[in-house]
Design a protein around this ligand. Sequence first.
Ligand SMILES: Cc1cc2nc3c(=O)[nH]c(=O)nc-3n(C[C@H](O)[C@H](O)[C@H](O)COP(=O)(O)OP(=O)(O)OC[C@H]3O[C@@H](n4cnc5c(N)ncnc54)[C@H](O)[C@@H]3O)c2cc1C
Length: 399
Amino acid sequence: MNISFSPEHEKFRDEVRTFLDESLTDDLRTAQRMCPGLFLDYEHNIAWHKILHRKGWVAPAWPKEYGGTGWDLMQRYIWSIETAEADAPDLAPMSLGMCGPMLIGCGSEAQKKELLPRILSGEDYYCQGYSEPGSGSDLASLKLKATSDGDDYILNGSKIWTSHAHYANRMFLLVRSDDSDKPQDGITFLLLDMDSPGIKVEPIVFASGTHEVNQVFFENVRVAKSNIVGKEHKGWTVAKYLLEFERGSGGTASRKIALRRLRSLAREIPWQGSNLSAEGDFAYKLDEVEVKLEAIQFTEFRIMAALSKGQNPGPESSIMKTLGADLGQYITELATEALGYYATVHQPEARTVGNNHTAIGPESGLATFSQYFNLRSSSIAGGSNEVQRNIMAKLVLGL
Ligand SMILES: Cc1cc2nc3c(=O)[nH]c(=O)nc-3n(C[C@H](O)[C@H](O)[C@H](O)COP(=O)(O)OP(=O)(O)OC[C@H]3O[C@@H](n4cnc5c(N)ncnc54)[C@H](O)[C@@H]3O)c2cc1C
């Protein structure tokens, strides 16, 4: 695979750099650098989203006819690297990375026409209603009951671990519309407004103190059947299609930046007349991460190549998800090790944009311990590592 840049791509990279220099405020960069969890808060997310939308660059992975950029594989790679290098906010994936591609692949023409522009503009911000108490890995066992009532469904039950449900105005979700046959055959894929009467969002606060996920309760929530994506009772096919995008969306760019920050943190920590990055054992671990990252990068290229030919990400997305989650966690372990007792400093106020607090210990380590805790969930969220390995065993190894 040729991954060198042509003169046109060099020119494109310069254009991207100029745009990032001009558009990224210090506040946006700080918010991203200090982000303690998996997703950046809504305020900074949407601010960056709107800047990108004005430029026409908010959906690099979508086909041009639906509002994508029309960039080739290499341009998208350059974009992901340059934005991560510049500390640009990582946009939450639920709308642009999951719901949009799902609608493009499975939605009706009317749904695409109405809903895709609203995702692009940021008017609609989606959360994902898949998991339920008791139905996570075994998703097909989900129970949120959809009772048919003429042209509507009446929903009763609950979704859990719903990221950013407290910010979202829309949800895509799976409901149990029929339980007479095998579990996969009675599921319907729906879209709804989060301000529908009967929906209640309750926060779930992480051990780190951050609030990203929620439990969402449904009590007699009425949804018109015109909000079904695909066919009634056949939502499982749509659900699986979307999951490939969810799992393939990780990318190595953010981990490359995490490694660069880790190297720079290690250089700040004094060690026997030098600094920690020169200490043999630690230097070995840093290089180990670098090598693993290179390997994951090639899987990322394979996924991008498949997408650029109009194919789906395929089982490579499970490989990517598993290796990426493990490596992301390992980087936070090493950052915690590097900081030693400074890792345990709890100073969330010093992480906020525009604060005037003095950091206790290295400033670049202020979010480290929260990230260490919060990234434990990355090998569970979006399908656990064990479940991904089952998929690889079946689809890649044929076991
Ligand atoms: C931070 C975070 C954010 C999330 N955001 C969302 C969201 O926005 N929307 C949403 O719908 N869901 C979300 N989830 C839920 C996530 O998808 C589930 O947690 C995940 O699918 C695992 O399900 P579970 O928690 O029910 O665990 P379980 O399915 O009960 O699994 C428990 C353990 O058993 C193992 N296991 C289960 N089945 C198998 C098997 N067949 N073979 C081998 N091992 C197995 C698992 O690997 C795991 O270690 C989020 C979760 C987290 C932690």
